[in-house]
Design a protein around this ligand. Structure first.
Ligand code: KIV
Ligand code: ZN
Length: 390
């Protein structure tokens, strides 16, 4: 059975760039947009054009250079926002307007001082207006995660009727549990009459560390687009991480779902975004963190040296990482030391290894990590008679 495609909607340049201190200039955004296009994302959310002249310019320029992906601009359900977004997207081969409004009772009451009926009217009006500029209109029901499912279904039905082609169901506050979010998607599939005319999209925030799990639960239950960012950056605790959802789908073929992403570019893209935003990636970050393929305990190292698959479920080459790392610390065993010594040029006999290992332990107890240069030094201190050069 061939895998069904899940569209990857990248919002690094919009939700991701909202992070304090991560602001990018137009030049930097263009470079990232071109890289995202090369990576194979289906949609690039390039910005929120009405928010500032700089953002308008970035969306306008990205729209002109991106060759394959759909280029999308965010708006509120406000006519002026939609006009400005349409203007910024004019040069795009495949433009999309992403408009929407809060649908939870909390948003309706406190943000809009409005009613459910009025919210549906505004939503429909915004979609119809966006449709006068572009064919591809995505609607977001902000705070859908905390929106009553029956009302959400009414909103979805109305905006599809107005012409929305994609329905974004954001868990804006990162509140949902995976079962709950999946059930919401399933409920919409079963209760929105015209749902076959639109794609459901997951947009999950990571306030409880569940953004990736929720997005996967969403696609298992019928959503066919995931909104995500490189390195999972985004408002507060961030958004769903692109590299995680892509690799989860790829590593679990029984789900029969896949994306168009060239996973070999994941690591370099992560580095590029992290460097241009000045936002370091946590070392233990799944897929792209510095330790994602590094092994430091003796038991694990011994296993990986014998066969990589004992402790690795992903081949590092599949995400563009050259090789697994065997890190030498005081927790490392002889196998790891022999392996690294060989890499820097020494073929140690069993007896020599016993001697070097004792010296290594003394050294490693003082130093956090033993590097290649240290290995030379340790072997020299041991004054071994004949060391075979590997
Ligand atoms: O999290 C959210 O609800 C959003 C919308 C504006 C799409 O980012
Ligand atoms: Zn968001």
């Amino acid at each position: 059975m061939s895998n069904e495609k899940v569209q990857i909607f990248d919002t690094t340049l919009r939700d991701g760039e909202q992070v304090p201190g991560c602001k990018l200039n137009t030049e930097q955004k263009l470079v990232i947009a071109e890289r995202l296009d090369l990576l194979g994302v289906d949609v690039i959310e390039a910005g929120f054009p009405i928010s500032s002249p700089g953002d308008f310019k970035s969306v306008e320029q990205i729209a002109k250079v991106v060759k394959n992906a759909t280029v999308c601009g965010l708006t509120r359900a406000v006519k002026k926002d939609i006009e400005v977004a349409a203007e910024a997207l004019k040069g795009a081969v495949k433009p999309r307007i992403h408009t929407g409004i809060g649908t939870s009772d909390s948003h309706i009451k406190f943000k809009f001082n409005s009613t459910r009926e009025q919210i549906i009217e505004r939503a429909v009006e915004a979609v119809k207006y966006a449709k006068t500029f572009v064919e591809d209109v995505e609607f977001y029901a902000e705070d859908a995660g905390r929106t009553d499912n029956a009302f959400l279904a009414q909103v979805c039905e109305a905006v599809i009727k107005a012409g929305a082609t994609v329905l974004n169901i954001p868990d804006t506050t990162g509140y949902c549990l995976p079962e709950e979010y999946g059930a919401k998607i399933k409920y919409l599939r079963n209760n929105v009459k015209n749902i076959d005319k639109a794609i459901l999209s997951c947009h999950c925030h990571n306030d409880l560390g569940l953004a990736t799990a929720n997005s996967i639960s969403g696609v298992i239950n019928g959503a066919r687009q995931i909104e995500c960012t490189i390195n999972g950056i985004g408002e507060r605790a961030g958004n769903t991480s692109l590299e995680e959802v892509v690799m989860i789908l790829r590593q679990h073929p029984t789900l029969n779902l896949d994306t168009n992403i060239n996973s070999k570019l994941l690591y370099s893209t992560s580095k590029m975004v992290s460097e241009s935003m000045g936002m370091p990636v946590q070392p233990n970050k799944a897929i792209v963190g510095a330790n994602a393929f590094a092994h430091s305990s003796g038991i694990h190292q011994d296993g990986v040296i014998k066969n990589r698959e004992t402790y690795e479920i992903i081949d590092p080459a599949d995400v563009g990482v050259t090789e697994s790392a065997i890190v030498l610390t005081a927790r490392s065993g002889r196998a790891a030391l022999a392996y690294r010594a060989k890499k820097v040029g020494y073929e140690l006999t069993k007896l020599q290894l016993d001697v070097v290992y004792q010296e290594f332990l003394r050294f490693a107890d003082i130093k956090k990590e033993v590097l290649d240069d240290d290995i030379h030094q340790i072997i020299e201190v041991c004054k071994l008679k004949e060391v075979k050069i590997a």
